[in-house]
Design a protein around this ligand. Sequence first.
Ligand code: 13P
Ligand code: SF4
Length: 336
Amino acid sequence: MEDIHLAAAKKNVMKAGFLDIEIDPTLDLFHEIERLKKEKNAILLAHYYQEPDIQDVADYIGDSLGLAQKAQNTDADIIVFAGVHFMAETAKILNPNKKVLLPDLNAGCSLADSAPADQFRKFKEKYPDHIVISYINCTADIKALSDIIVTSSNAQKIVESVPRDQKIIFAPDKNLGAYLVKKTGRDMVLWNGACMVHEIFSLEKITKLKTRHPNARFIAHPECEEAVLRLADYIGSTTGLLKYTQQNEATEFIVATETGILHQMQKSSPNKTFIPAPPNNSCACNDCPHMKLNTLEKLYLCMEYETPEIQMDEELRKAAKKPIDRMLEISAQYGL
Ligand code: 13P
Ligand code: SF4
């Protein structure tokens, strides 16, 4: 008979967002997760912002585009997504017949939250001759209102692929949007959303750090504000930033994005130094509170009991899939 605590936790899983039960502290969670992957033909996909232990046990670690492409091509029966909700939702949109698990359903995204669908629908109505290009960091409802999805690694190419006389709304990230306007010369209408992690880097502290480390390269994610991006030697997606540190001859890097990426940077370039760019508060580095809701314990539990699972309305899924398919097609054309 099922343990009474387990039964109660399963019943409460959609409300709590995760299976709220104690784990035997002697369990080797790395071993257990590997065992479950094999037994259940499950693939574990992790974003670079996940905690190092989760990255180390993942089958694939990547940026948002890489993760969507991996989810599109897997033959696993179960996709376990160590990332935030919109990422797991994208995997489900691409794989309606697979089980998609997220260790903690509360792992949201401030950027996705900054574009509520009802408000965005009204905004869109004001620009009837515009198409909508949306950053993948948005809900399925916003995707369903969009023509093409982009990520930080293909956004510039995709915007440039749209005929010059076609008017564009870009949502939800105003910082990435402003960066794209600058790079492409396209005058896009921007939705006023932002990422809580990338918006709070301190210009003053970064400038001081650069003075103290004159040989360091300063690299930044395009979700950062314009004033921060202006200081950057290189701007790119998490994968772009990682590759830059691998290929550049510099031995010191100041990194303006979520700190999870530093784990892979340090692993692939053990002799180089990586300094997290400081935020505008008392912390020394910048963690995404949503990404960091996933833990090794919650990951093990969601795999063992196959819950919580991403569920989606089929009409919404089909509508949200079209602009994602468009993104994947254009990305493939450009070899991205
Ligand atoms: P990328 O994975 O495209 O670099 O985006 C970073 C991010 O903020 C994901 O939430
Ligand atoms: Fe969302 Fe920002 Fe966290 Fe990425 S880092 S998941 S954009 S809140």
